[in-house]
Design a protein around this ligand. Sequence first.
Ligand SMILES: [Zn+2]
Ligand SMILES: [Zn+2]
Length: 386
Amino acid sequence: MAKDYYEILGIKKDASKEDIKKAYRKLARKWHPDINPGNKDAEQRFKEISSAYDCLGNDEKRRLYDEFGEDGLRAGFDEKKAREYKQWGAYGQDSGYGREADYEGNAGGQGFGRYQSYEDIFGDLFGRGGVEGDFRTGAAGKGRDIEHEITIDLLSALKGFETELSLQKVGNCPLCNGSGIDPSSPMTKCRTCGGSGRVNVAQGPIQFTKPCPECHGHGSTGKPCPQCNGTGHVTVTERIKVTIPMGVKEGSRVRLTGKGEQGFNGGQPGDLYLIIHVKEHHFLKREGDDLFMDVPITVGEAVNGGSIEIPTIDGRVKIKVPPNSQSGQTLRLKGKGAMNMKTKKRGELMVKLIVKVPRSNDREMLDAAEKIDRFYKEDLRAGIVL
Ligand SMILES: [Zn+2]
Ligand SMILES: [Zn+2]
């Protein structure tokens, strides 16, 4: 992990420009290689101090550093784009969603195709590399997968439904077709790379070349596209028809093939993953593929048994309460539970009977209750021993 520049200079995040200068001077004097000849440690310290001051001593660099960290200081860093993606929640997602994952499952493995760090954005500016193809150099590439979280109520999750979602996506700019270059402007030789299309990059002691960030390897460039400010991307709102299958549960992922970000140069679009969150229901609980609900019954229904009607996710059904049912007794209704999305089999609905006593001071009822009590054959609490 790179050291924090503020830490290196021993100052607080809100240090003033003057404080920063002072701290730098003091440390530089102490660790300057001329004062510490042959001291490797001092040399290293001096380097750190210098880069820290190089950044924090410059208002613009400091601002970028505060928001994006060291990545913000790299050459070619696109602040607008970085923020766009950051806002999208595309950053810092550690969760590796497998491309294989259909509605659910714990597929890990391959990354989600999302930006993992600014480095990737950076990579994007320089071309996406071999696998995905490169828009700038004309190769087709698959659009990125995106994910979107939705919260639904339990009944909708159990029954499944169709809906329309309004999604904001980053799409290719229609004016420049994603190139970032004003199509009406004349192309001129790129000044950054002198027309070669490549630039030298130093990373530590290693020197290598990368496609030129200015002309994206073409060697020539035009004016930035006015519609997308040269980024090649615009935010578009798309309405998408979505079918949420029966039985989704908390954390389920529903894949909508081809509804992710646009591909480039004729490449396929990415996929959209809907991450499902399910709100709790007042009467119904789901555990595994089984559903649980409490159903109140009367003293008469408990004693005599009878047919009662209860709501299920398939509509109202009649169930038989056996005579002498006890409060807390559970009736199982096979096939009335939640759909298991893998096996496509339904779980059970567990109906817990709760015997309710009428709230009344009516003389007749009190007498009736007293009469009922005569029929308990033994002390109910005799077996309760702690
Ligand atoms: Zn454009
Ligand atoms: Zn260039």
